[in-house]
Design a protein around this ligand. Structure first.
Ligand SMILES: O=C(O)CCC(=O)C(=O)O
Ligand SMILES: [Fe+2]
Length: 348
């Protein structure tokens, strides 16, 4: 029986849709080093690869509030003319502006439907690729937001290490020291509403993330993960205020010897996006430069190489993307897909 709900639907009224049921991890309990919560985190990492992180306790230091304040700044900035925004398009995949349509879209032959402003880990201070004044004028706010998000991610990495019994240099957080360069980046996305993009610009094609952990703030429908039950069908990920949506990326999958799951996901236009832009903010945490691991093609590869190859694949044609395991990490077969433990059928 469909469940009655009170929130908006991603699809036109009366049409059914399915929602992935993810585990929720309490950040406060991880900080207290509660072994049961760390075990639950490990289970979420092994089985689903995606989980909610409850940021509503004091342990989160007001992170959600910082996110909403930064988002307001970016919403205004995204509304400035394209010529203004392209001044910040440095061709970098960690810093500055990316216009719409540079990657493949969610449907065959389409291009992506989102623009981004990226802030590299130390990017607020970069003189050679400066960020827009709107961001630099609020650098304390943005620095706080990045630092607090990072604090959460390092805790997650440390809790994964605890739950897996890792010691010394094998611990995941040890691959992410603050004082070494990395390709970590805070990324603000705007998925343009229908009138503000070409119809051939469609969402964000299926992929796994390069990151060790991707830490997502979103308040609107659009994100999907593969359905547990049928090939080629997808479940929506529900957003909840005060909760981040976290996922394991390729780097952590590889560093964990394939024990943790890096899950396929994509973003599709929703009914809301006929009228309204969709915004999401992702902190893509990447191990420091020089970190190596065995990838899904069996090669020993550095994080910088994986990063470059993966971005080439994000930009390649759909046909090119199908030629190897880089885009999806080789996890598209039915067995690998059928892991997220429950789903809910909904009709509004
Ligand atoms: O916008 C989202 O909800 C997810 C974005 C995403 O998957 C990505 O940028 O890698
Ligand atoms: Fe992603």
């Amino acid at each position: 029986m469909p469940v009655r709900v009170t929130y908006n639907s991603p699809v036109p009224e009366g049409k059914p849709f399915t929602v992935a049921q993810l585990r929720t991890i309490n950040f406060g309990k991880l900080v207290e080093r509660d072994p049961q919560e760390a075990a639950k985190l490990l289970e979420a990492g092994e089985k689903d690869g995606f989980f909610y992180l409850d940021l509503t306790t004091p342990a989160s230091k007001g992170l959600w509030k910082d996110y909403t304040a930064c988002l307001e700044v970016l919403k205004k900035w995204f509304d400035t003319p394209l010529e203004e925004k392209t001044q910040y398009a440095y061709g970098s995949d960690v810093q500055g502006y990316k216009p719409i349509g540079t990657q493949t879209g969610a449907t065959e032959k389409s291009k992506d439907g989102f623009e981004t402003l990226r802030i590299a880990q130390t990017g607020l201070a970069w003189q050679n690729q400066p960020l827009p004044a709107a961001v630099l004028d609020q650098s304390t706010l943005f620095n706080d937001f990045i630092d607090k998000t990072r604090y959460h991610v390092i805790q997650l990495l440390s809790s994964f290490s605890d739950a897996m019994g890792l010691e010394g240099d094998d611990r995941f957080e040890r691959k992410h020291p603050d004082n070494r360069p990395s390709h970590t980046s805070m990324t603000f996305h705007r998925y343009n509403k229908l009138g503000a993009r070409d119809v051939s610009n469609v969402g964000h094609n299926k992929h796994t993330d390069i990151s060790s952990i991707a830490f997502l703030f979103a308040q609107q429908w659009g994100l999907q993960v593969p359905s547990t039950t049928s090939e080629n069908s997808w479940d929506y990920v529900r957003t909840q205020p005060g909760f981040a949506i976290c996922n394991v990326g390729d780097s952590l999958r590889f560093l964990s010897g394939f024990r943790l799951r890096s899950v396929l996901h994509r973003v599709v236009p929703t009914v809301e996006m006929e009228q309204t832009h969709r915004y999401s903010v992702a902190y893509f945490t990447r191990p420091v430069d020089g970190t190596t691991f065995k990838d899904s093609e069996g090669r020993i590869i550095s994080i910088q190489d994986w990063f470059e190859k993966k971005f080439d694949i994000y930009r390649a044609s759909h046909e090119e993307q199908r030629k190897n395991t880089m885009l999806t990490g080789g996890i598209e077969d039915a067995k690998a897909r059928a892991r997220i433990h429950l789903r809910e059928e909904i009709q509004i």
